[in-house]
Write a protein that binds this ligand. Structure first.
Ligand code: C2E
Ligand code: CA
Ligand code: CA
Ligand code: CA
Length: 271
């Protein structure tokens, strides 16, 4: 009986989990139509001029009952059921439209899921987002993680080259956390490497050596290097020494609502 009791308990737990997932999936399907998504923008700075040169678009979902659900809690579900393709289209269109009103040469960086490459409509989606918004292609940056490069490599390469050829910039995101292969840096047309914040946050000799090596490698290959997740002045001083070219993190600016970007850009530097 004890065994049976445990079995029932387990079953009830499983049911609950599946139920919650199914509910989340139903809610996620409706989220686009109900306009529950918005984009926040986190500034990144050029370390030579110490000025903001662009913003990364970060997806935000306000659930009517559960409130804010962070992207890491729903993006993998959206990838599993394919919704990420439609959501990703919305992200690209919205980011380009909102960025088109930013001053000067300000860049917008957009995260693209590996699944969007599989859908084979990415080039079309990007082109139409640029066209509709009037944003020049060189002001759009696409961020991809190593996961996107793992399978169907030839197709991904073709798409990336086509994007580069229309003038879009391409960044390797979260560098060092996945199946990093140095051959990727040679094979794919990256303009920028974003070093994952785990290497920035950890202040020991090893992570410093990795930071230095990646920055050196990127520099030699003619790429820009962004240090992600910089939170303290000490970390900022370190990444300056290691020849990173860009910085992004809470220290230099948190993700903000679209309507706060203009004010952020006109505020005097705090240094
Ligand atoms: P990511 O692309 O690496 O984005 C950076 C994440 O680090 C963001 O989390 C940002 O808020 C956070 N962050 C920035 N500076 C700091 C810092 O100084 N300290 C700390 N602790 N965190 C910092 P967020 O917005 O929760 O996004 C998490 C991830 O979700 C992103 O990681 C990205 O992989 C994914 N994501 C976000 N928006 C999109 C999207 O539109 N499409 C896709 N496919 N993925 C997205
Ligand atoms: Ca990113
Ligand atoms: Ca990242
Ligand atoms: Ca990340």
């Amino acid at each position: 009986r004890a065994g049976r009791g445990r079995y029932r308990l387990f079953e009830a737990g499983m049911d609950d989990l599946l139920h919650k997932r199914r509910e989340m999936e139903i809610d996620l399907r409706r989220a686009l139509a109900l306009k529950q998504f918005e984009l926040n923008y986190q500034p990144f700075l050029d370390l030579k001029s110490d000025t903001c040169i662009g913003f990364e678009a970060l997806l935000r979902w306000t659930h009517p009952v559960k409130g804010n659900i962070p992207p890491l809690d729903f993006i993998s579900l959206a990838e599993e059921n394919g919704l990420i393709v439609k959501i990703g289209e919305w992200v690209l269109r919205t980011a380009c439209r909102e960025a088109a009103s930013w001053p000067g040469e300000m860049i917008v960086a957009v995260n693209v899921s590996p699944l969007q490459f599989k859908a084979d409509t990415l080039l079309e989606t990007v082109s139409s987002a640029l066209e509709r918004s009037g944003l020049p292609a060189h002001r759009l940056e696409i961020e991809i993680t190593e996961g996107a490069l793992l399978d169907d490599t030839d197709n991904v390469l073709k798409t990336l080259i086509a994007l580069r050829d229309i003038g879009v910039k391409i960044s390797m995101d979260d560098f060092g956390t996945g199946y990093s292969s140095l051959s990727y840096l040679q094979k794919f047309p990256f303009n920028k490497i974003k070093i994952d914040r785990s290497f920035v946050a950890c202040a020991n000799a090893d992570s410093e050596a990795i930071l230095r090596a990646v920055a050196g490698l990127g520099t030699s290959l003619g790429m820009a290097i962004t240090a992600e997740g910089v939170e303290t002045a000490d970390q900022l001083a370190r990444i300056r020494q290691e020849r990173c070219t860009h910085v992004q993190g809470y220290l230099t600016g948190r993700p903000m609502a679209a309507n706060l970007v203009a004010a952020f850009l006109t505020q005097p530097p705090t240094d």
